[in-house]
Design a protein around this ligand. Structure first.
Ligand code: NAD
Ligand code: LMR
Length: 325
């Protein structure tokens, strides 16, 4: 039996947590390795998380080594190899963006510190809770001894949404498409970019008007459309995207393909260094590598700059609140 991989999931009693935990326990994320789950919740939601732990036991997953529930971040991240930061304060009526940033900085700062102090040396972090990119930046800034590139944020759902729209447009299955790209922030300023898409390995072009007027707005506003239709934000698709992100990071991306990952910029494509922004990337040996040298249209270049400006504003707002070290 292989050594179990320790996975810490925050917000475990939430709706994404409920979809995510069963996929992890079933072995969908880590290629058949046994898994130890450590679930972190706020005290009021610990009972619900315990209920989910009971259901995980009842599912009798052969790869599930153990499940433990915590309301203390230091304990929850002890020995973690993978951390999925899903728990976040959602925006409620009357809250300004700054209020949301402040509330979440109060969560992701201490969790970043706990990761730095207690996680395993090979820790890999995915921030899902919104505002995901800036939350990843805050956590990373509080764990100075962990390599910055181990902190990522999720734009894989946007990537998958893009693939679904393109597959529908072309009348083909998503499995025949590769090299979809999402740049920027996981917000409505994101830049879904199909200009490098391949169908069965061959380039395929789309009318610029369709991309600008239909494709980009549909993908960038899909989260809001799901909320309007379901009365709750996306959950199973978000969980599935988180599984895809970590699986590709740990086990590698498909030959000839790339995926979209928000990670600390090194300055590529004009994104200021340090911002956690989405790029096309491949993974091998457990390391993301941003795809370099892609040709960008003027529209995509301008979109990347606008989304980076939003990330700068988010970072500066958090810094002004004294929440970045
Ligand atoms: P939810 O409200 O159902 O669950 C959130 C859970 O987090 C709750 O159980 C809550 O108790 C817990 N929580 C709050 N503060 C915590 C803390 N300090 N430590 C541990 N747990 C804490 O929300 P959800 O639908 O599961 O969504 C979770 C987050 O993911 C939201 O911020 C949502 O906007 C975001 N999201 C991101 C994407 C993406 O693509 N990046 C997609 C969908 C949703
Ligand atoms: C999503 O993309 O579905 C989530 O980030 C929820 C939202 O607020 O859009």
């Amino acid at each position: 039996m292989r050594t179990p991989i320790t996975v810490t999931v925050t917000g475990a009693a939430g709706q994404i947590g409920y979809a995510l935990l069963f996929r992890i326990a079933a072995g969908d994320m880590l290629g058949g390795s046994p898994v130890r789950l450590r679930l972190l919740e706020i005290p009021q939601a610990v009972a619900a998380a315990e209920g989910t732990a009971m259901e995980l036991a009842d599912a009798a997953f052969p790869l599930l080594d153990s499940v433990d529930v915590f309301d203390d971040a230091d304990a929850a991240f002890e020995g973690a190899n993978v951390a999925l930061l899903v728990g976040a304060r959602p925006r409620t009526a009357g809250m300004e963006r700054g209020d949301l940033l402040a509330a979440n900085a109060g969560i992701f700062g201490p969790q970043g510190r706990a990761i730095g102090d207690h996680a395993a040396d090979d820790i890999r972090v995915l921030a899902v809770g919104n505002p995901a990119n800036t939350n990843a930046l805050i956590a990373q800034a509080h764990a100075p001894d962990v390599p910055a590139e181990r902190f990522t944020a999720m734009t894989r759902l946007d990537h998958n949404r893009g693939l679904a729209q393109l597959a529908a447009k072309l009348g083909v299955g998503v499995g025949r498409l590769t090299r979809m790209t999402v740049w920027g922030n996981h917000s409505s300023t994101q830049v879904p970019d199909p200009s490098h898409l391949l169908l069965d390995g061959e380039p395929v072009g789309f009318a610029p008007e369709w991309v600008a007027d239909e494709f980009v707005p549909t993908v960038a506003n899909r989260g809001a459309a799901i909320i309007a239709a379901r009365g709750a934000s996306s959950a199973a698709s978000a969980a599935s995207a988180a599984i895809d992100h970590v699986r590709d990071w740990v086990l590698g991306t498909r030959e000839g393909d790339w995926v979209s990952v928000a990670l600390p910029s090194t300055g590529l494509y004009g994104v200021p260094a340090g911002l956690v922004s989405s790029f096309p990337a491949t993974s091998a040996g457990g390391e993301w590598q941003v795809v370099e040298g892609l040709e960008l249209s003027d529209a995509v270049r301008a979109g990347i700059a606008a989304s980076a400006a939003e990330l700068v504003a988010e970072r500066d707002a958090v810094r002004a609140l004294g929440l970045l070290p």
